[in-house]
Structures are given as C-alpha cells and as structure tokens.
Design a protein around this ligand. Sequence first.
Ligand SMILES: Cc1ncc(COP(=O)(O)O)c(C=O)c1O
Length: 504
Amino acid sequence: MYKVISCLTGRRAAVSGQSCSWSGSAKFHLAGGASSQKSAFKQPTEDLPEMPPCNFRPEQYKGMSKERMMEIRKRNCSPMTMKVTYYKKPVFIHQGYMQWLWDVDGTRYLDLFAGVATVSVGHCHPYGRRKAAAGQTVAHHQHLPSLLLSRSSQGVIYLTNSGSEANDLAMLMARLYTGNFDIITFRGSYHGGSPQTMGLTSNAAYKYPVANGLGCTNTMCPDVFRGPWGGSHCRDSPVQTIRDCGCAPGHCMANDRYIEQLKETLVTSVPNRIAAFFGEPIQGVGGAVQYPKNFLQDAYKLIRERGGICIADEVQTGFGRTGNHFWGFEGHDVLPDMVTMAKGIGNGFPMGAVVTTPEIAASFSKGVHFNTFGGNPVACAVASSVLDTIREDGTQRNSLEVGTHLMTELAKLRDKYEIIGDVRGKGLQIGVEMVKDKASREPLPADAMNEIFEDVKDMGVLIGKGGLYGQTFRIKPPMCITRDDADFFLAVFDKSLHNYMEKR
Ligand SMILES: Cc1ncc(COP(=O)(O)O)c(C=O)c1O
C-alpha cells in the first residue's frame, strides 16, 4: 500500500501500487499499477508524484467560505484582482511555513513562486520571526544600513516601502546628479507600476494609456534565446540555448550585434547626454531573460561615455537568489553607480532601498525629500533579521546548489519535450520558455500554458508565468527549498507535460 497525493484535494489517499524512483528522490506511485501509454513518453498516466514530507501542522481554517471570498473579490475588489486570480480553480491560501503553503481546505502546496521572488528565506521563517519580534526595533533601525552596505559597495542608502518607490527615487537622483533627463531600459523589462516607473517598464500588459515616464527610451533586449542573435555559449547559466553557435572561443557574435543595437538607440533616440541606464541582471517579469556574458560591461561603458549613470535593479535578483553572488550584477563583473532593491529584503514585509555613492546622493540634498514610513523601525527589524537569516541558513549556497540541480534536470526535460524551448537562469531565478516547436520558437499559446499551469497546481506545485507573451514558466521559490522539493517539482512538471502532449 502506498500513500498517493490526490491531485484535486492534495489529501493523502491510500491506494495500492508500486513505487518507482525518478531523477533522484522523487517517487511515483502507480495507482492500481495502471500504465496506459499512447506515445513514446514512457510514463504511467494514473500515478502521481509524492510530495516530500513536512512536519509543520497548519492551524485549521475557520474563516469565511471560498464562495463568499470569491463573491467579495468579484463585487468589491478592483477588477485587477480578478484578472490576476491565476487559476481556473483559484487557490485560497490560509497559511505558510518555509517553502509550503496551505489553502483553506488544508491542501498543501510547494511554493515555487514566492509571491514573485518576494519570500526570500521562507514563509513565516521561525528564526526571522523571533528576531523581528524581539523588540530591538530601534537597534535594528541603526543596524540595517551598515548591514546592507556591508553587502554592497561603500555607499549611502535610502530606505523606501517598495521597489517602485526605490526606482522612482533612483530616476530622480540620476537626473539631479547628471543634469540630464533621458533614461534607457530594456524592452520586456518591469521596473514598477508608478507613473514614473511605468516609463521604464517595457511590457504592454503593465502600461496604461496615460502620459507616463517622459524621457524613458526602451532599447532591444539582448535575449539570446528569443532575440535575433544567440548561440550556445552566450550566457552565464548552467544551461545554454539550443541555438547553434559559430563563434570562436572567447568571442560572442550575439554580444556584438546587441551592442550595435544599443549604439543605434544612442544615436537615434536620445540626446548626446543621458541620465541613466536601468537594467536587471536577469530580467524577472520578462521571464528570467539573460544577456550575453559581456553585454552589461560594454553597455555600462557606452552609457558612462554619454554622462549617464548605471543602475542595477536588484528587486528580484538580489539577496543571494542568483547563487554564485549576493547581488546579480556581480555575475556580470560590473559595478553599478546605484542599486535598487525590495521584495526579498523584507521576506514579504513592505521594504525597499536605494544604495548609491555619496557624490550622487549629495545632489539629492538640494531639496527636501521624505517618506513617512520608509525605513520605519519594524521594517528595519524585519530586514535585518532577513539578512542575518540569509547568512545563518546558508541561503545563497542553497540557491546555487538546488537551482543548478533544478536547471540541469529541467534541461533534460527540454530535450525530451518539443514544447520546451529554453531553460535558463542562475541559482533560484529560473525561466522555462515554452514554444509551439523548437524550430519556430513561436510562443506556446496561452490556453496550452494555462492547461499545464493548472495541472502543475493540481499536483501540488505553484509556479509563475511571465514573458512578453506569457510564454515562460517562472521558478523563483523561497530560497530554502531542498533537492527533494526540486525533484518533486521535476516529476510533477514532467507529468503535466506528458499529460498535455497526450491530449494534443
Ligand atoms: C525588477 C523589479 N523592479 C521593480 C519592481 C517593483 O517593485 P514593487 O512591486 O515593490 O513596487 C518589481 C516588481 O515586481 C520588479 O520585479
């Protein structure tokens, strides 16, 4: 007898069958031993991967019914809320613990999206909570800037309440410092939803038909999978693209071509003197898009030649998520003039920051700027605890180890399924780009994406979607996930792809 997770309720039901191991420690349980096959995908259809165990017991949910919550959502919440109710059968989360979430019915999910890379060290991390609640808020208030700066370069720090606010401030400071106005970002980027940052953001889904972001110009994203150029050595990732590469060792033709595009933007679309270039080390909402290895180095040089400063948006990539480094920009071997951060710093608590040089910061002191809650003592206590926890839990190392394992195994699924076009990323900032077929690289249509997405959820794993065409599955979990969790997801994803291919 084996315990099998029911894909609908997530509760355990006893059925008879055999277990067989898959890719490390994840196990399949053959329901009734049935194994009906239609295609070459050698996998039984009835068996479901077993979720790794968890000792934590959530409280019983005693709140309002799902129907009532849905009614309120439809009637009283902004229509946006319904738009982002991701699933056909929505999940109503009740409680979280580390990488696990429970819905109001007590069904457990492995969270591989972490509120869009926001929960860094784990939901309700016991150590972090204890520390944050210890009441030393004022001490933390003093302590946080030095703690943060010890993890970045020498600098000056401004504390904010969100990433958009941090980027708004960064835009303002860049303009005041340089005396220039124009700011360049990559197409496909997301840097915030405020009227100013909406101009930095280059994704139609997040733009509104109102005047926004005057002075922002978007340039071609050097996307080595979907873009016009890319080969099989371009990026800093355990997995390269499936594209051919004719480059000699040490040379990257794709980088040259994309730099030419940036040069063209500089000579056609902005004045000779510019204020800044904003770039994420790995494009997050865009679908974990990576650039050729030397691109940012070359781009920073061009920007600085025109008087601009270089700004790294680390809202998603910071705090060890990319594995080899604490900050994503370090992987590109560049030193930005300004770094903006949010999300992971608060592990779910609203918090953001801008770190820059004393010279750039000085230009800001000509006027008065304040925000009521930025850097409030409670937020500082939380953020200090998060930084301590990252160090004490070995979170960055775990990102590297589990993320590398996950990507390497996902690449095997890419080789197995025609509809996986690309697997990429670093550490636990991972994208799996889905295509109609590998030859065309055309995005997999939304209905197919939704079907796989729903199936993965029904088997107990929450992932994200992104990319300009909603074609990329995004995996950016709390950085405490284990190799067993990764194997469980791999088994679930394999099965959901198999299910989809069987029906197609
Ligand atoms: C890279 C990046 N920058 C900025 C932001 C904006 O942060 P916030 O939602 O905290 O305003 C986001 C949010 O998703 C982001 O992903």
